[in-house]
Design a protein around this ligand. Sequence first.
Ligand code: NAD
Ligand code: IPM
Ligand code: MN
Length: 356
Amino acid sequence: MDAKLVLLPGDGIGPEILAQARRVLDAVGRSFGHQFDMSEHPIGGNAIDEFGDPLPQATIDVCRSCDAILLGAVGGPKWDDPTAKTRPEVGLLRLRQELGLFANLRPIRTFEELIDSSPLKRDVIAGTDILFFRELTGGIYFGDSGRRSHESGEAAYNEMVYSTGEVERIVRLAAQAAMERRGKLTSVDKANVLETSRLWRQVAERVVKDEFPTLKYDVVLVDAMAMHLISRPKDFDVVVTGNMFGDILTDEASMLPGSLGLLPSASIGSGGPGLYEPIHGSAPDIAGQNVANPLATLLATAMLLRHSLSLSAEAAAIEAAVDSVLKQGLRTRDIATGDSSVGTTEMGDAILNALS
Ligand code: NAD
Ligand code: IPM
Ligand code: MN
C-alpha cells in the first residue's frame, strides 16, 4: 500500500518520540512491503516562533490531504505567558476542530510486566481494560470565552455548551464499541450540577435505550468516577464523557498501567484523516534529555495503522514488539523500578530489534 502520513513533532519531547515512530514506520513499511510517504510539519510553539501561528495554513492543508496524522505534543513554558496573543495549544484544538475529530479514543490497559511500576496495588489493577471515548470538539473547550470588568478588577468566563447532536454521535460510537467488547457502557457527567450534563444524560440514555437495548449501561458522576477509576478499574469497559472530564480522567487513568508515557489515543470523526497522539504533553521537564518514554507514541502509531490504514497485522506487530521489550526488562525512567533504565532511542532500538 501507498499511504501519505503527516508527522507533527511539535514541542518539548515531541520531536524525540516522533523520531522513534518514524523509524518504526520505516521498518514496518519495509518488512510488510508498504510505501509510507512521511513528511513533517510545524505545529504549536515552534510554529508560533517561526510563523506567528500555532497552526500555519500549510500544515492544515497538508493534514486535510493525507491518510493519517501522527502528533508528538505541543506547548511549553516558553509560550505560557497569559497575555500572549496566541498559544501552542490553540493549534492542536483548531486542528481537531477543523478536521471534525469529535471522538478521542483512549485505551487503558495494564501490562502484566509493568504491574509493579504502578503506584496502585496489583490485585486492584491487573487485568484492567478500559476504552475511553472523550468528546473532543465541544463543551467548555470550544464555548464562548473572554473577560469583562468586575468591581474587584476583572472576571473571566468560559461557556460550556453541548447540543443533542454532539452527544448523540459520541455516545453512538462508544456504544458500538462496547457492543464489540464486553457489552458495558458507562457515561460520566456532572448532572447534579450542570445543565449540559443533564442534557448529556438524557440524550445518552435515549440513544442507548433506542439503539443499543442489550447494552449494560450505567451513569456515574465525574467526581465519584475519579475514585472508582482507581478503586475498581476492572468494572469498566467503555466509558463515554465530555471533553474536559475525559481529559482529566485519562491522565489519572495513566497510573493504572503506570505512566503517562504508555497511553496512546486516536481522534476520529467525520471520515477524513484521523489524528493519532500520545495522551501526554510535551514534558518540558525532561525534554532534550533522551529519557522520554516513546511507547505511548508507538502504540498510537499502531492505532493509526489499524484504524486509518486497516493494517491490523502491522499494528499487532508493533504491539507485540512493545510487549516483547517489556518482557525483556527494558524500562525508560518513568517505568523503571530499579536503578537501571534505557533512553528514548535505546527503547526505539529495542522495538526495531523485536520487530525484525
Ligand atoms: P505533560 O504530560 O507534558 O507531563 C506531565 C508529567 O509526565 C511530567 O513530569 C512529564 O515529564 C511526564 N511525562 C509525560 N510524558 C512522558 C513520557 N513520554 N515519558 C516520560 N515521562 C513523561 O503535562 P504538563 O507538564 O502538565 O504539560 C506540559 C505542556 O504540555 C503544557 O504546555 C501542556 O499544555 C502541554 N500538553 C500538550 C498535550 C498535547 O500536545 N497533546 C497534552 C498535554 C499537555
Ligand atoms: C490532551 C491535552 C490537550 C487537551 C491540550 C494540550 C489542549 O491535554 O490532548 O489531552 O486538553 O485536550
Ligand atoms: Mn490532556
